[in-house]
Design a protein around this ligand. Structure first.
Ligand code: OSB
Ligand code: MG
Length: 372
């Protein structure tokens, strides 16, 4: 492998419906795809999962492009011909933070490397399944109507999704959870607050214990480790962390301290698929379930996430929904739900490519960066 060029493609793709969470509402996905091009012309792909504004994390599309262009590109020049993905990860350590930018560039390089070896990402990571159970993340209806929520959840249940995740926030929690539980008494159900609660809400959150939930995701601010310990003790429903987990060390600390007992693994949030696998391995060793999170990925990021979700410790359905959950037209061949599952790609690398015409049509900006 000798990477000579990176291309950054910025796309604008309308969502099939607005996606509202406690930190904001997205109408159009600001998609950033990174293409690494080898000396022999092979392209590899990685999706940068930043959003268009710093609501979920400090990273967003513009900062990711800046960090990739001015900081990661020079850092990667010495490892452009590396035969060890761990060396690529180590080379990026000169940049503090910015895990989503790191994940995008290193995944594109990993894809090229795997294509050269004829090995799929799933095989490389240690997949033990050929399809993965899929859940779906359901936003807060812009109308805040319970009927609208039940309609939307009903359509996902009809499509076969095996788990429902409801976005919650103060003022939108007990009513939606109890309504969905009443309508579907046995469907696996969980919540995600995206940091919207306070330590003092512990008793309020305990009222949700009666609805037989799988977990509550990230109730408190990402830095509030002790608060998560307190909530974990006060609430019967298991606590899961998303925003707090940025590294193997934060995963280790969270489980050791009892801040959570379940981890949502998002490769973009932890800097790439190698670290994602290490967090999986650690959690498996500790007996803590993990599941694959999502960031409204196109087929590029989705393919890689599905490969990750095929590892043995991913015992809970992930936010690995079908292309149609967010997009009318995906940039790859669409991922289609089959009996509540998605197939793990088997072709070398991430196993999918953008469809050239779709890429061209949806691209609003692109640049080419020469390495070295
Ligand atoms: O908190 O898990 C989250 C989407 C964007 C940012 C943060 C989150 C989410 C989701 C949707 O919940 C996950 C998906 O379906 O891709
Ligand atoms: Mg989350």
């Amino acid at each position: 492998m000798r990477i000579e060029t990176f291309r950054i493609h910025r796309l604008s793709i309308p969502l099939v419906r607005p996606f509202r969470t406690s930190f904001g509402t997205e109408h159009v996905r600001d998609v950033i795809l990174v293409e690494a091009v080898d000396a022999d012309g092979t392209s590899g792909w990685g999706e940068c999962v930043t959003m268009s504004w710093p609501g979920y994390s400090y990273e967003y599309g513009d900062t990711a492009i800046d960090v990739m262009t001015h900081h990661l590109l020079p850092a990667l020049a010495p490892v452009a011909d590396s035969d060890d993905p761990h060396e690529v990860r180590a080379a990026m350590e000169v940049v503090a933070g910015h895990p989503m930018a790191k994940c995008a560039m290193s995944t594109a390089m990993l894809d090229v490397w795997l294509r050269g070896r004829g090995e799929s990402l799933g095989e490389y990571l240690g997949a033990v399944r050929s399809e993965v159970d899929c859940g779906v993340s359901v936003g807060i209806p812009v109308t805040e109507s319970i009927d609208a929520l039940l309609d939307e959840v009903g359509s996902y249940v009809d499509q076969g999704y095996r788990r429902i995740k409801l976005k919650i926030q103060p003022g939108w929690d007990i009513a939606p959870v109890s309504a969905v539980r009443a309508a579907w008494p046995t469907i696996p159900l969980q919540t995600d607050a995206n940091q919207a609660y306070q330590r003092s809400d512990a008793r309020h959150l305990a009222e949700l214990d009666q609805y037989d939930l799988l977990l509550h995701e990230q109730p408190l601010e990402q830095d509030d480790w002790y608060g998560h310990v307190l909530i974990s003790r006060a609430v019967e429903t298991p606590i899961c962390m998303d925003e707090s987990i940025h590294s193997l060390m934060s995963a280790d600390s969270a489980l050791e301290f009892g801040a959570c007992s379940i981890i949502n693994i998002k490769p973009g949030r932890v800097g790439g698929y190698l670290t994602a696998r290490e967090i999986h391995d650690l959690s498996l060793e500790r007996g803590a379930p993990v599941w694959a999170g999502g960031m409204l990925e196109t087929g590029i990021g989705r393919a890689a996430n599905v490969a990750l979700a095929a590892l043995p410790g991913f015992t809970l359905p992930g936010d690995t929904s079908a292309s149609s959950r967010y997009y009318e037209v995906d940039v790859t061949e669409p991922f289609v739900l089959r009996d509540g599952t998605l197939p793990v790609p088997t072709h070398p690398g991430i196993g999918v490519d953008p469809i050239p015409e779709v890429l061209r049509e949806m691209t609003v900006w692109s640049t080419e960066l020469r390495l070295g």
